[in-house]
Design a binder for this molecule. Structure first.
Ligand SMILES: [Zn+2]
Length: 382
């Protein structure tokens, strides 16, 4: 699905994905790009040698480059005309009249950082949906956990190098063994990076959040809540709620085949403590196929090693939990770095078939669930 699944004229919140690759960046290889070009050319030749003409395909006898681009976008899946992306986890949330929100700082943070500085120096306001002056240069970064693929973009996040530019509030799990500041400083220690964390000029504040006592954070009009989930050393799943719109970001959590009561309860919208509805959308880690998780097949994309307790889901658990929680839109992310773009489209297809099978069960009668494969640049408007 390429269209924005929830396009609205005046959204309360815009979620944008800047990185969705799990574990390690996965740039495109030469042979993958060659395959895309060959598939596109081959498909077009097949159509021209059949009933179609240049005019019927492109709208005119001598198409311009723009006409050809338009044809490619209309006729080929993302696996042929583009990519789902190789940057590790990073997402941006613009919410009305709130500081700009960012989830994780994987390598996707590099390009987001450039855009934030452009907004700062041209508009003086880094969140396009914000009209409150005191939030215009304030950024909240919510770390799900401290594994490398979720923080490795930080040394290349340009706003940290600008003095008196943006106030950055970093929120993450309180850890008895290491302070949050030490976690970020650790990856820039001599001799691994030319600028040690202690020398960066930006104003950074730290919010170490308790695993056992998850107190909501109010950030302008936006309410941010969190819940600890299962992952090696645990991870936080976050929810962002404004104007009765709720988005849940649940990456690097291993649900193990159950309807997870923690996640389902956490996804409910509440008023005065009472559940009044369900989240509007959820992003979930869908790194594995069931066979890859169990292991034993040397021909599997991920090899024969079992992935039990590595902290990630199969797509089936994502579908089961989105349906159980009554959430109408599921975004599958944290893509396996060994899975190519065509493999991601196959995973999307089998997740739709699995959903359809579950929807035929009486307990899901009347439910609806859209499933989108996350790609770099995906925007959800809620
Ligand atoms: Zn990860």
């Amino acid at each position: 699905m390429d269209a924005n699944p929830s396009d609205k004229a005046s959204p309360s919140m815009i979620v944008k994905i800047w990185g969705n690759r799990g574990s390690i960046p996965a740039p495109q290889a030469d042979e993958e790009i060659l395959e895309k070009v060959a598939l596109g050319v081959h498909g077009t030749i097949n159509r021209l040698s059949g009933q179609e003409s240049v005019k019927s395909l492109f709208g005119k006898e001598s198409p311009t480059l723009d006409d050809v681009t338009d044809y490619v976008v209309r006729n080929f899946p993302r696996s042929v005309r583009g990519t789902y992306g190789g940057e590790t986890t990073c997402a941006e949330i613009q919410a009305v009249d709130s500081p700009l929100q960012m989830i994780d700082a994987g390598t996707g943070a590099r390009k987001l950082g450039g855009l934030i500085l452009r907004r700062l120096f041209t508009e003086g306001n880094i969140n396009p949906l914000n009209t409150v002056p005191e939030y215009s240069k304030l950024l909240d970064l919510w770390l799900t956990h401290y594994h490398w693929d979720h923080i490795q973009g930080m040394p290349f996040f340009d706003p940290i190098f600008v003095p008196r530019g943006i106030d950055i509030h970093v929120h993450g799990k309180r850890d008895a063994r290491k302070r949050l500041e030490e976690v970020l400083a650790g990856q820039q220690q001599y001799p691994n990076f030319p600028v040690v964390w202690q020398d960066i000029p930006a104003d950074v504040k730290y919010d170490e959040m308790l695993r056992m006592d998850p107190v909501p954070r109010q950030r302008g009009k936006l309410t941010v809540t969190y819940r600890e989930m299962s992952h090696p050393d645990s991870s936080f799943t976050y929810a962002f709620e404004v104007n009765s719109k709720k988005f849940v970001f649940a990456t690097d959590c291993e649900i193990k085949g159950i309807e997870d009561a923690r996640l389902i309860d956490f996804s409910r919208k509440r008023e005065n403590g009472k559940a009044v509805g369900n989240a509007d959308a959820i992003y979930m880690d869908a790194q594995y196929l069931p066979d890859e998780y169990k292991g034993g097949n040397p021909k599997a994309v991920t090899g024969a090693l079992p992935k039990i307790d590595w902290g990630h889901n199969t797509y089936e658990w994502c579908v089961v939990n989105a349906l159980a929680a009554g959430i109408p839109l599921l975004v599958l992310g944290h893509h396996e770095p060994k899975r190519g773009d065509r493999g991601l489209e196959e995973l999307h297809q089998i997740s739709l078939e699995f959903r359809d099978k579950l929807l035929r069960r009486p307990e899901h009668a009347g439910k609806r669930l859209d499933i989108v494969m996350s790609y770099q640049g995906l925007e959800l408007k809620l």
